[in-house]
Design a protein around this ligand. Structure first.
Ligand SMILES: NC(=O)CC[C@H](N)C(=O)O
Length: 335
């Protein structure tokens, strides 16, 4: 008699997005309504899930991901940590709108306290469309969350048969199904023939190896993003600082350059205690210290290869621990 291998238990946490979207007709791929189908509907649409895992579902939110807030993230992270602490849960799949999916993934990558797989998945076509990508993406995400290869890899993003790491992936296209790319540092692997293949891993610390803990937090420090462009003025920056922001991400032109008219306002913001992080609007490349600005003299931090929206997340979490710029810079080189 052969021993039956026990199926992995994967919990699907549904949050909304296009994967749960519905359109008026099968050719409606824009102008549809996101966040309509509930988690049971998502599971029922893919009976093949039962071949790769024992699946249960929970509706955590039902929103379009552009409306995701810090409070949503704290709620989600606490639920993920509670579930993963249970011996009978082997992995988690989070269905999510694609617009801020990379941000939720990176937030969880820094605060999940488990090596068990956490996979974020979405879709670019609503559930009612011809060749909707949601069902195959959900199938791939569940098999990935159930696979031993995904253990200890950090939070993963899985769409379009590709596995990307939370730190490096970004949404690169407004509409196409190959929108998620790790533009600089490359994808981690593929799903093919109902199997996960990994080829690389990030060298940066994540999940159980981070110093961040949200279990006792009910809010995160206010951090906003200021964009660099020709003819920029400090109006937005000054408004953020006046509103009490504890940190500012400056998504500067090129190598994070600062317009001459921004420098006095950034210095004033730093003098008021706000942490200034220089990032780049270019989307790829390293932001190193003391290049386009003298960060040592200004007491600024640089974002390394993080894009502005991910730098915002790391700075918020950093500020829950310290306001020392040397320590915060170390974190930007660690995570
Ligand atoms: N493809 C999508 O999921 C985008 C839908 C919506 N804007 C969201 O992010 O939730």
């Amino acid at each position: 008699q052969t021993a039956q291998t026990k199926q992995a238990h994967v919990v699907i946490l549904a949050t909304g997005g296009t994967i749960a979207g519905t359109g008026a007709t099968s050719t409606t791929t824009v102008g549809y309504t996101a966040a309509k189908v509930g988690v049971e509907g998502l599971i029922k649409a893919v009976p093949e899930l039962s071949k790769v895992a024992r699946v249960t579902g929970e509706q955590v939110f039902q929103i379009a991901s552009e409306s995701m807030t810090n409070e949503h993230w704290l709620t989600l992270a606490k639920r993920v940590n509670t579930l993963l602490a249970q011996a009978d849960v082997d992995g988690i799949v989070i269905t999510h709108g694609t617009d801020t999916l990379e941000e939720t993934a990176y937030f969880l990558n820094l605060v999940v306290k488990s090596r068990k797989p956490v996979v974020l998945v979405g879709a670019m076509r609503p559930s009612t469309a011809i060749s909707a990508d949601g069902p195959i993406n959900l199938y791939n995400a569940v098999l990935l969350a159930a696979s031993p290869e995904a253990v200890g890899k950090g939070v993963l993003v899985c769409l379009n048969d590709q596995i990307n790491g939370a730190r490096d992936v970004t949404k690169t296209n407004t509409a196409t199904m190959d929108t998620f790319k790790s533009t600089d540092l490359g994808l981690l692997g593929y799903i093919q023939g109902s199997k996960a293949y990994f080829y690389r891993a990030s060298t940066r610390k994540h999940t159980v190896d981070t110093e961040f803990d949200v279990s006792n937090l009910s809010a995160l420090p206010a951090v906003d993003i200021v964009y660099g462009y020709a003819n920029v003025t400090p109006v937005a920056l000054n408004a953020f600082v006046a509103a009490g922001d504890k940190g500012i991400i400056h998504a500067g032109t090129g190598d994070g350059s600062l317009a001459a008219q921004m420098v006095p306002a950034l210095k004033a913001a730093r003098a008021k205690g706000a942490i200034i992080v220089r990032a780049s609007r270019t989307g790829t490349g390293i932001l190193a210290r003391n290049g386009e600005a003298n960060d040592d003299e200004l007491d600024f931090v640089v974002a390394d290869t993080l894009n502005a929206q991910k730098a915002r997340i790391l700075l918020m979490l950093a500020l829950t621990k310290t306001s020392n710029t040397k320590d915060i810079q170390r974190m930007f080189w660690t995570y």
